[in-house]
Design a protein around this ligand. Sequence first.
Ligand SMILES: Cc1cc2nc3c(=O)[nH]c(=O)nc-3n(C[C@H](O)[C@H](O)[C@H](O)COP(=O)(O)O)c2cc1C
Length: 174
Amino acid sequence: MLRAAQELAPAEVELTIFDLDGIPLFNQDTENQPPPRVSEFKSKIRRADAILFSTPQYSKSIPGVLKNALDWGVRPEGDNAFDGKPAAIVSASTGRFGGALAQYHLRQILVDLNVHPVNDPEVFVSMAPRGFAAEGKLIDEDSRRQLRRLLEVLVGWTIRLKAVGQSEGSAPGE
Ligand SMILES: Cc1cc2nc3c(=O)[nH]c(=O)nc-3n(C[C@H](O)[C@H](O)[C@H](O)COP(=O)(O)O)c2cc1C
């Protein structure tokens, strides 16, 4: 999904993929001295104008791996790397609902992170193996069209939020 997003994003967008591999289990005893991979994660989030979350659905929610990374990102108190960021969410799952429940759980978590996700369009790739070619390329035309549209909307949303931040004296996420 993320590789398809790189391919379909508007020309002015630079979309970099951050792999959550290597982020250890969150431990509140060490939240003030985070491991290097967590510091890298948080600084990349901070530098980004916007965030695109891509997730599968695990047992009607997001994977623990993603929740764990979000927990690092929002801590310690007063050091929320996500604060005020515009975002969009995409999901793909083997089931018929395309990860819809994972997306709504993620939206709930994003309230706490003070992230502002795009509401419309919503992009769910259901029965995921059918939408992707063997080497992982997203080939379902409807999904590609929806993903392209979502990325266009995310760009407009990011520009709008930045303008609001500037008129209030600080850009979102700063
Ligand atoms: C622990 C676990 C729970 C899962 N639960 C769901 C689920 O609730 N709904 C669903 O559609 N797919 C579920 N799946 C399948 C994932 O969506 C699927 O593994 C994911 O889309 C990645 O697809 P891939 O293995 O083809 O890369 C689950 C997978 C795992 C490992």
